[in-house]
Design a protein around this ligand. Structure first.
Ligand code: NAD
Length: 579
């Protein structure tokens, strides 16, 4: 068969048989091999040509076999899901305002964004200037009255649809998240699925976000109306780029607010993907906007007089600035900040589960997880066996290409951060701790050679005063500390300014609850670690934050109440009035 015929047959098969395109393509009259998008009229043939080149067998084959391309490209289709508006390549424009990808109207230069896996520049993203921030906020403000007046059910349906679209594109979006973060693909799939979970949860909840009727004396009553706040300014960190954004946007939108989000400068991609998903799901233009930039753009957003609330995820030092900016406008502020959480393993704990949880508490996402249990307190009587098993399991972790299915440790976000993590290892050694495994750069071959891959580290002989034990490392570094009694370990576990999370491992149910209740943290696990389904609130005590994300409670953070008192009798003002 000639190359041309094979080609025709190929795209016919695609448009006829591929479920992803059902309902979106219509046949072209007089050409049985051709189909046209029902929405924009572009032919599938044109899309195919632009990607693989007509009759270019070699290039075609390369696209099909490369594991670095999402399946939609591997199947030879366009890099956009055909006319459904989701960009699946790392291409701009990078802002999303009023329902469209766009360049900022004023820019303070470009950010060179590095792909962690390769250490190479992946894209150059314009930094939004102050006028662009104004434009995005104005766009969100303009549509607020329309969006907030929809019924909860109508808003909820759109969020549910967004969740469905994410599930439909799970593999492709996960691939983008890997390119943004360097985390292994299997982890990215979990993160992106959790975004669908949150959209579905708040989509389902939206119709139930209602007020209260309060009966009062003499037949009078009050209506407690639940109102959205207005435009929410969201700012995110780089470790869970899309999840961080969805955890804020899904409840905010369900409550009737509109949103402007600034992703981390290191991970600009998937917040814009989310914008496209929301638009495709029917969320009106302007309800959700993205502006790219560094701290300056974030600060401008925080100061903006038309932003009613700030929802921030990041470090304590930046969170302090965000709170100060919020104070100027008397804005409500939610802060999701760092941690240095304890995991306490008693002598009766199930050893294998404790080891598994310690891996989860330290080495997911290259250790770049806010809630990580990096202070691993182990009862002295089981410490040597526990350390042996933990080091054995850690050494089995597979470091390498985040797109490889068997990789368990991907690339650190960027060189500076990797060097910071290594400096903590050096400081631990200097202070007398023992590096039991890892803590080194692992060089990769070929295109991954420029990435910063660090071997996960377990550190023994740690003391509470050591820098590595006191400060948030935000890398794969587990510090093991030994203890003798419950009273002692609880005191030591709480001896920190952080209070994000904690865990206790024991088979003694009373002790489990007692210790869980004594840990000063917003999230405590008994016999597991680092699980946060959407249904349960997450957030920190002390310097780890203010406010909560997820669960029902978040509705209080994205709404305010107006109480309307209805007097059914005469005004009773006592002796103030005499007939
Ligand atoms: P970061 O504080 O450096 O940056 C966070 C965001 O703030 C970025 O988007 C950044 O551009 C922006 N920013 C910087 N200066 C600003 C300013 N003056 N005003 C407004 N915005 C500004 O944090 P990071 O390095 O991106 O993330 C790592 C930190 O985030 C860690 O401490 C980690 O524990 C924390 N984190 C917390 C949670 C949580 O849920 N508690 C989740 C993820 C990460």
């Amino acid at each position: 068969m000639s190359e041309g015929k094979k080609y025709n047959q190929r795209y016919r098969t695609i448009w006829e048989k591929d479920n992803r395109f059902k309902g979106w393509l219509q046949p072209v009259e007089g050409d049985k091999t051709q189909a046209r998008c029902r929405v924009c009229g572009t032919t599938l043939k044109a899309h195919l040509r632009s990607i693989i080149g007509h009759n270019d067998g070699k290039k075609h084959k390369k696209n099909m076999t490369s594991s670095r391309y999402p399946p939609v490209m591997a199947s030879g289709l366009s890099c956009r899901v055909f006319c459904r508006g989701i960009t699946l390549t790392v291409t701009g424009p990078w802002n999303y305002v009023a329902g469209k990808r766009c360049d900022p109207i004023d820019s303070l230069g470009f950010m060179k964004v590095t792909e962690p896996a390769t250490g190479q520049v992946m894209c150059e993203v314009p930094i939004s200037g102050p006028t662009e921030v104004d434009r995005a906020v104005a766009s969100a403000k303009n549509v607020f009255s329309t969006w907030s007046k929809l019924s909860g059910r109508e808003r909820g349906q759109k969020l549910l649809e967004a969740g469905r679209i994410i599930r439909e594109n799970l593999e492709n979006i996960s691939s983008l998240e890997v390119r943004d973060t360097g985390k292994p693909i299997w982890e990215a799939r979990v993160d992106i699925a959790s975004c669908a979970d949150a959209l579905e949860y708040y989509g389902g909840l939206a119709p139930a976000i209602v007020g209260q009727y309060v009966p009062l004396n003499g037949g009078s009553f009050a209506m407690v109306q639940r109102e959205p706040l207005g435009v929410i300014g969201g700012i995110g960190a780089w470790n869970f780029p899309m999840q961080t954004c969805v955890w804020k946007a899904a409840p905010a939108l369900a409550c009737g607010n509109t949103f402007v989000y600034k992703p981390s400068q290191f991970t600009p991609i998937t917040a814009v993907t989310l914008s496209e998903v929301l638009t495709q799901a029917g969320v009106p233009p302007g309800v959700f906007n993205v502006i790219q930039g560094e701290g300056e753009a974030g600060a401008k957003l925080c100061e903006h007089p038309d932003v009613a609330k700030l929802s921030f995820t990041g470090s304590v030092s930046t969170g302090t600035k965000v709170m100060a900016a919020g104070a100027k406008g008397i804005k409500s502020v939610t802060l999701e900040l760092g941690g240095k959480s304890p995991i306490i393993i008693f002598e009766d704990a199930d050893m294998k589960n404790a080891v598994k949880a310690t891996l989860m508490a330290n080495f997911l996402s290259q250790g770049q997880v806010c809630s990580n249990g990096t202070r691993v307190f182990v009862h002295r009587s089981i410490a040597s066996e526990f350390i042996k098993q933990l080091v054995g399991a850690t050494e089995k972790l597979k470091i390498g290409d985040p797109f490889a299915e068997d990789t368990t440790v991907g690339a650190t976000i960027h060189e500076d951060h990797a060097k910071k993590v290594l400096s903590y290892i050096a400081s631990a050694r200097k202070e007398g701790a023992t590096i039991l495994c890892g803590g080194e750069r692992v060089m990769q071959q070929g295109k991954l050679a420029g990435g910063w891959y660090l071997s996960p580290s377990v550190i023994g002989n740690c003391q509470d005063h050591m820098k590595v034990v006191k400060e948030e490392v935000f890398g794969s570094v587990a510090s093991v500390l030994e203890f003798d009694s419950e009273e002692e370990v609880v005191k030591r576990a709480n001896d920190t300014d952080f209070g994000l999370a904690g865990a206790v491992f024991t088979k003694d149910i009373q002790r489990g609850h007692r210790v869980a209740n004594a840990i000063e943290a917003g999230m405590v696990w008994i016999n597991t670690f680092n699980l946060y389904p959407t249904e349960i609130p997450f957030g920190g005590y002390k310097h780890s934050g203010i406010g909560r994300e997820n669960g029902l409670t978040v509705v209080d953070y994205f709404t305010q109440t107006r109480t309307v008192y209805v007097e059914m009798g005469d005004v009773d003002c006592g002796p103030l009035y005499q007939d």
